[in-house]
Ligand binder design. Structure first.
Ligand code: GLY
Length: 334
């Protein structure tokens, strides 16, 4: 029978021909001990802030203040990604995000806590911090997801301010895109991709996550990607770990990527191995995989972490007590 190491090697080298199997090759032993629930406390790292891309460094700083002050993983994840949402230099999240093909900035976000509670908004316009609206959906309604005008109405009733989120630079980029592309399809390429996803582990050992984006630049009006879809763009299971995704959302949705990463960790794969296997699954499900980028990051219950992507260029930020705030280059399939 194929062992786990040879299976991983096979997957990494020849995944196009070899389906990623979830059964029959998982490490042995109860999930709780393998995935970190019963790890020796001296082997645990906490707190931890882990987030996608270099703008994750600033997001980690904001999360860190909360985590080191004894705050919750949930508060830290929300505060962290709000930094990227408000930063006009980050061109695919919140204010400064590139608009859709009709010139509208439409935002997607979701949040998930250690109790398995989750909230989400999609196709939301005019609100700077969709992640905070998602949190209020989680905390104030019996629902998980609100979209479009309903999400905007909910935000306004709950005290959020209506704003113009189309930054002049984004408007200029849209004008250029229109001149050059006219009615062309939105570009599917490895550059159209920098959602912020964040995973946090607090001093009490609880996990949470947040994910927020303006989505693919110049997408069709009404398009929603993976980022607000629980299980696709984000998933957290406080017994096991969490995962979040960046990249071409359609490809992540087809693989239910982040749920897959966490389920692989439940089977005993490390966060790094789980991200690598999930990338292989994305590749299997997306024949156009060579022209897209997808990246996953994952955080285990014990603070172990990993990241992997299809194409070179993805990086992620990790903040831990011992090693400070660092940017790591992700390994890639290509
Ligand atoms: N991953 C972000 C998006 O595709 O919208």
């Amino acid at each position: 029978m194929q062992n786990r190491r040879s299976f991983l090697r096979t997957s990494a080298l020849g995944a196009a021909a070899a389906p990623v199997l979830l059964d029959g090759c998982a490490p042995e032993g109860p999930a709780s001990s393998r995935a970190g629930s019963n790890v020796d406390p001296k082997d645990e790292i906490r707190p931890v802030a882990l987030s996608t891309w270099d703008h994750g460094l600033a997001a980690n700083d904001a999360a860190w203040e909360i985590l080191t002050g004894g705050g919750s993983a949930l508060d830290a994840a929300e505060a962290g990604v709000r930094v990227s949402e408000a930063d006009p230099e980050v061109t695919s999240v919140g204010y400064g995000g590139r608009p859709d093909r009709s010139g509208h900035v439409t935002l997607d976000a979701c949040i998930m806590d250690e109790q398995g509670r989750c909230g989400s908004v999609a196709f939301l316009q005019h609100i700077m911090h969709p992640i905070s609206v998602a949190r209020q959906v989680m905390e104030k309604t019996p629902h998980v997801m609100l979209v479009g005008q309903g999400a905007l109405d909910f935000a306004l009733v709950n005290g959020f301010e209506q704003e113009n989120l189309l930054h002049p630079d984004a408007a200029a980029a849209w004008e250029t895109w229109k001149d050059e592309n006219g009615a062309a399809q939105p570009t599917i390429d490895i550059d159209n991709h920098d959602t912020i996803g964040m995973l946090t582990l607090d001093q009490a050992g609880n996990l949470s996550g947040a994910c927020t984006t303006s989505g693919a630049a110049f997408k069709y009006h009404g398009r929603v990607g993976d980022s607000p879809i629980i299980g696709a763009g984000l998933y957290v299971d406080n017994e096991i770990g969490g995962a979040t995704a960046t990249g071409w959302g359609e490809a992540v949705i087809r693989a239910v990527g982040c749920f897959l990463v966490v389920e692989l960790m439940r089977q005993g794969y490390t966060p790094q191995e789980a991200c690598e296997l999930a990338v292989e699954r994305v590749i299997e499900k997306n024949p156009d995989w060579r022209s897209i980028q997808v990246g996953f990051i994952a955080l285990g219950k014990n603070g172990d972490h990993g990241g992997f992507c299809i194409a070179p260029g993805f990086n992620y930020a990790i903040r831990t007590p011992d090693e400070g705030n660092r940017l790591l280059d992700s390994g890639s399939r290509i």
